[in-house]
Design a protein around this ligand. Structure first.
Ligand code: SF4
Ligand code: FES
Length: 251
């Protein structure tokens, strides 16, 4: 396949970036998008040029590290997959493909296509966990019956890989789909209910402090999420947050 790539290059967070054109003459349709970039980087290095920086790790849709904005959409043209699961056969011979970083104030560019998503880590650290009793006499988890529909809903929320596509897709750069998935996976289960009020309060406050925008129910996040996280989680987070405000203000 012959392709023209317009790739965002930017030396660092302070430098001015630009779209640079690369013409590829012999792209293997069965290569993944990241393998195509690997090949391009190999050629750049052979020519003494600086390779393109981009994030990746597992390359199988589970780590959330890959983060490219391809032809105006996070993770490219298909639904339900991360960038690492996108293959070049999805494009046509002669296509021009625009490749940019995820853009959001709370995701500052580090270099080229790599952005700093540590804001997500700080939100998780603010409350995305359950405290575990390690006194030596913990209750057997299997002795707490959980309805299958509830367990399934918690599992669905827990599939969020923290990629940030929801933020990149949102006109407000809102992180509410991500945060609500992390709140929901715990709030739905008995083990998560003990700390639920402080968890949701701390996570929402950290989300706001990081500079993410608010949700205006556009739904682009749900469309672009590679893991099918749904807006119902945002509704649940808002409900949990209101309950927490009433509970905590009384205590
Ligand atoms: S909610 Fe979806 S798009 Fe957002 S971080 Fe999680 S997996 Fe990525
Ligand atoms: S590299 Fe891990 S999800 Fe894409």
């Amino acid at each position: 396949m012959k392709l023209t790539l317009k790739i965002w290059r930017q030396k660092n967070g302070e430098a001015k970036g630009d779209l640079i054109t690369y013409r590829l003459e012999d792209v293997n349709p069965d290569d993944s998008f990241l393998e195509m970039l690997d090949t391009l980087n190999y050629d750049l290095i052979l020519n003494g040029e600086v390779p393109i920086a981009f994030d990746h790790d597992c390359r199988e849709g589970i780590c959330g590290m890959c983060s490219l904005f391809i032809n105006g959409r996070p993770h490219g043209p298909d639904r339900g997959i991360a960038t690492c699961q996108l293959h070049m056969r999805r494009f046509k011979n002669g296509d021009t493909i625009y490749v940019e970083p995820f853009r959001a104030k709370a995701f500052p560019i580090i270099k080229d296509l790599v952005v700093d998503r540590s804001a997500f880590d700080r939100i998780q650290q603010a409350g995305g966990y359950v405290s575990v009793n390690t006194s030596g006499n913990p209750q057997d988890a299997n002795s707490i019956p959980i309805e299958k529909t509830v367990a399934d809903a918690a599992f669905d929320s827990a599939t969020c890989i923290g990629c940030g596509a929801c933020v990149a897709a949102c006109k407000n750069a809102s992180a509410m789909l991500f945060v609500s998935a992390k709140v929901s996976q715990l709030a739905l289960l008995p083990q998560g209910k003990v700390e639920a009020p402080s968890r949701v309060t701390n996570m929402v406050e950290q989300m706001d402090a990081e500079g993410f925008g608010n949700c205006t129910n556009t739904g682009a996040c749900e469309i672009e999420c590679p893991k099918g996280i749904r807006l119902i989680d945002i509704a649940r987070m808002n409900w949990e947050y209101m309950k927490a405000k009433l509970t905590l203000s009384k205590s």
